[in-house]
Design a protein around this ligand. Sequence first.
Ligand SMILES: Nc1nc2c(c(=O)[nH]1)N[C@H]1C(S)=C(S)[C@@H](COP(=O)(O)O)O[C@H]1N2
Ligand SMILES: [Mo]
Length: 263
Amino acid sequence: MTTEHGDAGRDRAHERDPADRHELAAQPEADGTPVGRRLVLGTLALGALGVAAAPPLQRGLERFLGAASDKDPTGLTQLLPNGGGFRYYSVAASVPRKSATSYRLTVTGLVDRPTTYTLAQLRARPQTRLVRDVQCVTGWRVPDTPFEGVRLSRILDAAGVRPTARAVRFTCFDGTYSESLTLEQARRSDVLVALRMQDKDLNHAHGGPARLYVAPMYFYKSAKWLSGIELTDKVEPGYWERRGYDVDAWVGRSNGRSDDPTA
Ligand SMILES: Nc1nc2c(c(=O)[nH]1)N[C@H]1C(S)=C(S)[C@@H](COP(=O)(O)O)O[C@H]1N2
Ligand SMILES: [Mo]
């Protein structure tokens, strides 16, 4: 079960403000129920209620989260379970939809050949499938989740990374979120521009049409709604990293966690 990791992660997460607010985005705690196993059960029950019950509940949560996150100008407002053990996260209040025809991914910065990909062009590249556990730093986990997409290393090679490049910055069409990796991390074979998850095209809630997927790291590295890949000369900390999370977010070896859910 994911609950034990959940409890451990939550207890530790609540010691820090940034983690606390990350957690607020994830958990329906608006009723002030003490943190613990009941919350996990509450989340499952919420999922069981289905879409019909979700809108009024979400409005209540938005009010609560709005009040709780006054230091965050964008607001941690979206909360709906994605189903199948996933929690929905977005630090942006609303995210535009990109269709198969309107979606673009740009590769810029310290490259010889700046490139813009359409979704069709990404789909036409060789696809890699990985099946790993998804692990959010707040504790929830979804075991054996297939992701499929283009290896980031191939996209970097195609653009011709210049010798001065040391890092990669990722931007998103939600207009707010960002992430980063060292060039060495970005070239790993288990880092994808993912187009599919659980053997379906990535839906909007999960960051479709394309999201970053960094298999060996906590899921906050896997930026949803990916729109930009920029080669830079140093790591620029991403959204959550500016709020206290580790840049090197190896599962089980970062963010003060010594647990290894894959062990
Ligand atoms: N653009 C964007 N990407 C994001 C986030 C976000 O808020 N915005 N949240 C991150 C976090 S903390 C997690 S756990 C996962 C959640 O992905 P899901 O909504 O598909 O479950 O997305 C990551 N990528
Ligand atoms: Mo997360």
